[in-house]
Write a protein that binds this ligand. Structure first.
Ligand SMILES: Nc1nc2c(c(=O)[nH]1)N=C([C@H](O)[C@H](O)COP(=O)(O)OP(=O)(O)OP(=O)(O)O)CN2
Ligand SMILES: [Zn+2]
Length: 136
């Protein structure tokens, strides 16, 4: 087979990197009979999803290593904390995804080639919430 004649289609590239942290929370906006109004904890997963239409050498949307500040922020700020004590938001998955997107746009996106599409937060293996950034 002649590999040199393969056509490269137009399109965009997308990458993702997953981070984890452990934290406690309770949702004060829920009625007391709801199980999530009680203090409990999760092994959280945070996925950062980026896009670009062009690549940086040697062929990266963004070097995965350039996302290390996300790990440092999660380790320093959220890991092994009680989320209501350290966050200015009700710590639902949806609001946590939006909060982390805001932090990423301010602190990481200006330093990288790729553009944030979305942040996805998992509290459990069966449930997730995603915040997708609006772009003009
Ligand atoms: N849309 C959302 N719904 C719920 C959230 C949330 O962030 N967004 N959070 C919770 C609680 O934090 C709860 O701990 C997680 O919910 P749930 O999936 O019900 O957890 P379980 O693992 O206990 O689920 P089972 O499938 O019943 O075992 C609640 N809802
Ligand atoms: Zn919970």
């Amino acid at each position: 087979m002649d590999t040199a004649t393969a056509q490269l289609p137009d399109g965009k590239f997308e990458i993702g990197k997953t981070f984890t942290f452990e934290a406690g929370h309770r949702l004060t906006g829920l009625p007391p009979e709801h199980k999530c109004s009680r203090q409990h904890g999760h092994s959280y997963t945070v996925e950062i999803i980026l896009t670009a239409t062009t690549l940086q050498a040697p062929g990266f949307v963004t070097d995965f290593a350039d996302l290390d500040p996300v790990k440092q922020f999660l380790d320093r700020t959220l890991d092994h904390h009680n989320l209501p004590d350290v966050l200015p938001i009700e710590p639902t998955s949806e609001l946590l995804a939006q909060y982390l997107a805001g932090w990423f746009l301010q602190h990481v996106e200006p330093t990288i080639h790729g553009e944030l599409i979305a942040v996805r937060v998992r509290e459990t293996g069966r449930s997730w919430a995603q915040f997708t950034v609006d772009r003009p």
